[in-house]
Design a protein around this ligand. Structure first.
Ligand SMILES: Nc1ncnc2c1ncn2[C@@H]1O[C@H](COP(=O)(O)OP(=O)(O)OP(=O)(O)O)[C@@H](O)[C@H]1O
Ligand SMILES: [Mg+2]
Length: 491
């Protein structure tokens, strides 16, 4: 053969095979490109079995029957075995007259004239071989063809190896995600919707860092569950996790809870008392409802966080503490900063990493799972023989706006279980009178907008094209919005 510009051909081929990310398509493409470029009549590719690395498997073939492949392979003197054993490429210009194949039945029977075979190997591993032949004429292939095939095989082997690795990683990743969802890593957190998977990924990524984390989200979205999960999955899990509810606690009391006090520091301080910062040493302190703390406490918190030292009320002694700070709020803390109610410097100290819990109305896919979980919990607790929840009831619950989020759903299921008269919970047991969605009035226009869009998609059973029509927007715009919200399938 004479190849015009073999390097350009090789480059084009290499680009083409690198663009394929599915192993079967890749192998097909490699086979076709080899036959096309070399003008070979037939061919096949052998790869090592992934489970049993001593045997090979035909993964792709062209214009050749399984039987013919088998007979070419079986003879110990045959082309393929020689290549696999020696690891060297092989070319026979005239196979019928080639001494190396004397007695090779396959060559004679199948009237093979020219043969080439080369190993598929990367720098470190031998993967298999690629075989091409021609029955049309002797000397169809020449040295140049072999050089080309070898270079090509190098590229192909690399692409195969990369693609396999990628597929292995993806399988592994899926397995891990499934484990998480099915209660592997976060058994107490229920939900496998896209927004929850993102939360799990985030928890896993940040749990073990020492950075402060601010967990934001509406009431009842699971902020405390996440705080506990972060602690449990950190290397501090052998040390205490101490939650403190900062909202609606008298300032003095909160101050002495957090920092402790010296005996006699104020009326009623009859003993020396250590604060939570000292007690949480090496562990985690969870400041719940952080938005509500006074300026005075904000200033003191900032100092402990900056200096890593705490001082009891009425005491001058500084005590070194190593505490990881998690905080939560159902307000928009940045708005509080802008309104002058919260120190900006403290905000940035607390919010090194930000976790935003999705409201339940944005993950209604999780409602069946959550219902099943709470149903089981409360049936057991109340010794009721309730087994299921009817599909119609689920639909009613999915259409509701859930201002109180998971906590409200939990209460609704508990109540329904208590009042149930049969083994199935029907829609009449839930007090969401209207089946249409309630707009989340009292929220920002942005959130009301988001809610309306998501409810429309739900109404048309997820048909995005239909939803876009109803909303009077393009499907592209809708896709873009969903992606912005991290709600595109498979993400
Ligand atoms: N994803 C979830 N899976 C299972 N239970 C959940 C989930 N999210 C919340 N819950 C349950 O709902 C209730 C409220 O959760 P949690 O206390 O963590 O919410 P919160 O965001 O801290 O609420 P608040 O702002 O009112 O304090 C708890 O009983 C919790 O177990
Ligand atoms: Mg809470």
């Amino acid at each position: 053969m004479s190849l015009t510009m073999p390097y350009e051909t090789l480059l084009r081929i290499s680009e083409e095979i690198n663009a394929v990310h599915d192993i079967n398509t890749l192998l097909e493409r490699i086979m076709d490109l080899a036959l096309e470029t070399l003008k070979a009549g037939r061919g096949f590719i052998l790869l090592k079995n992934s489970s049993d690395t001593t045997s090979y498997e035909v993964v792709t073939m062209r214009n050749i029957s399984r039987e013919s492949v088998a007979s070419i392979r079986d003879l110990s003197t045959s082309v393929v075995n020689q290549v696999l054993e020696s690891g060297e490429a092989l070319l026979s210009l005239d196979a019928q007259a080639d001494n190396r194949f004397a007695g090779a039945e396959s060559i004679v029977m199948q009237q093979i004239k020219s043969v080439m075979c080369t190993p598929l190997k990367t720098e470190t591993r031998s993967l298999g071989a690629i075989y091409v032949d021609s029955r049309a004429a002797a000397r169809r292939f020449d040295k140049e063809s072999l050089t080309f095939l070898q270079a090509f095989a190098g590229q192909a082997a690399l692409a195969i190896s990369n693609t396999r690795l990628m597929e292995e990683l993806q399988t592994e990743n899926k397995k891990l995600k499934k484990q998480i969802v099915s209660g592997g890593l976060f058994p107490e957190i229920i939900g496998k919707s896209a927004p929850m998977i993102k939360i799990y990924d985030l928890i896993r990524d940040v749990a073990d860092s020492t950075a402060s984390i601010l967990i934001e989200g509406e009431s009842g979205t699971g902020k405390e569950l996440v705080a506990r999960a972060l602690h449990v999955h950190s290397s501090r899990s052998n040390h205490p996790f101490l939650p403190i509810f900062c909202g609606s606690m008298a300032e003095n009391l909160l101050e002495s809870e957090l920092f402790g006090h010296k005996k006699g520091a104020f009326t009623g301080a009859s003993e020396n008392k250590s604060g939570l910062f000292e007690e949480a040493h090496m562990g985690t302190l969870f400041l719940d409802e952080i938005a509500d703390i006074s300026m005075n406490i904000q200033t003191k918190l900032l100092r402990v966080i900056q200096e890593g030292e705490t001082k009891r009320v009425g005491d001058n002694q500084l005590r070194h503490v190593d505490v990881r700070i998690l905080s939560a709020t159902n307000k928009d803390l940045w708005k509080e900063v802008e309104a002058g109610n919260f120190r900006e410097d403290l905000y940035f100290r607390l919010n090194v990493i930000d976790i935003k819990m999705p409201p339940l109305r944005e993950r209604t896919d999780d409602i069946p799972l959550l219902c099943a979980h709470f149903l089981k919990k409360y049936a057991q607790k109340n010794k009721k023989n309730v087994k299921r929840i009817s599909p119609q009831a689920i639909r009613t619950l999915q259409a509701y706006g859930w201002p109180g989020n998971v906590r409200e759903l939990e209460n609704a299921v508990e109540r329904a279980v208590i009042f149930a008269r049969s083994s199935e919970l029907g829609p009449e047991l839930f007090q969401m009178r209207k089946s249409e969605a309630k707009l989340p009035i009292g929220k920002s226009l942005k959130e009301i907008n988001k809610f309306a869009i998501l409810q429309t998609i739900k109404m048309v059973d997820g048909n995005r094209t239909r939803a876009a029509e109803i909303l009077g927007v393009s499907r592209r715009w809708l896709q873009y919005q969903l992606k912005e919200w991290g709600m595109v399938d498979g993400n």
